[in-house]
Design a protein around this ligand. Structure first.
Ligand code: IMP
Ligand code: MG
Length: 182
């Protein structure tokens, strides 16, 4: 992408690739330490947004005791949270297990709270949460975030797995999208 395209589509780059990689490496260390005494952790990755950062995160951790499973969760349409959360996929048997739910961003909290509700019904031993980003906004649902890489201001961000109508996921940085320019 050339500089002019970047200038018109994005208001600002909030997190560079270098910053993200260092935050994710740091997150990997925190997670390893927290689960040092556990021998099996079911990680539920919420697609599509959390795919990229969890690939990197669990590449760092590089330990087979983390068992990755995938669910598709979403409520967004463009830059508007639809309010109704849809969850697709099978979490498998998590009864009595350590569960770590990983998502891309904590915005209203609706998505995560619905996923947590669904996982709780399957009676795990404990649920922790791991986020690439927390948006500085008034969360509609308060959720305990156990691990997070970075905080972003209350704006619409894209890149590193986060999209706008399926676009910009592949960007190697997190940028504020200029919605007026879409
Ligand atoms: P929540 O349910 O409002 O917390 O939103 C969580 C989901 O909405 C995330 O998993 C993202 O997929 C999406 N989302 C929220 N804010 C943004 C954003 O700024 N950019 C891209 N996707 C977002
Ligand atoms: Mg998502």
């Amino acid at each position: 992408m050339d500089r002019d395209t970047t200038k018109t589509k994005f208001r600002q780059i909030l997190l560079t690739k270098k910053a993200l990689s260092s935050y994710i490496a740091n997150l990997a260390e925190q997670i390893k330490t927290t689960y040092a005494n556990n021998d099996k952790i079911i990680v539920i990755v919420l697609l599509n947004g959390a795919k990229r950062f969890t690939d990197e995160l669990f590449g760092h951790i590089n330990d087979e005791k983390f068992r990755l499973r995938y669910l598709t969760a979403g409520s967004y349409n463009g830059a508007e949270s639809g309010g109704k959360v849809t969850i697709a996929g099978d979490i498998g048997d998590v009864a009595g297990q350590e569960v770590l739910i990983a998502d891309d961003i904590y915005d209203s909290g609706l998505t995560l709270s619905e996923v947590i509700k669904k996982v709780e019904q399957a009676r795990p031993h404990r649920i922790r949460t791991c986020l690439l980003l927390e948006k500085q906004t008034r969360h509609k649902k308060k959720i305990t975030i156990d691990f997070k890489a970075a905080v972003v201001p209350d704006c619409f961000v894209v890149g590193y797995g986060l999209d706008y109508n399926g676009q910009y996921r592949q960007l190697p940085f997190i940028a504020e999208l200029d919605l007026a320019d879409q």
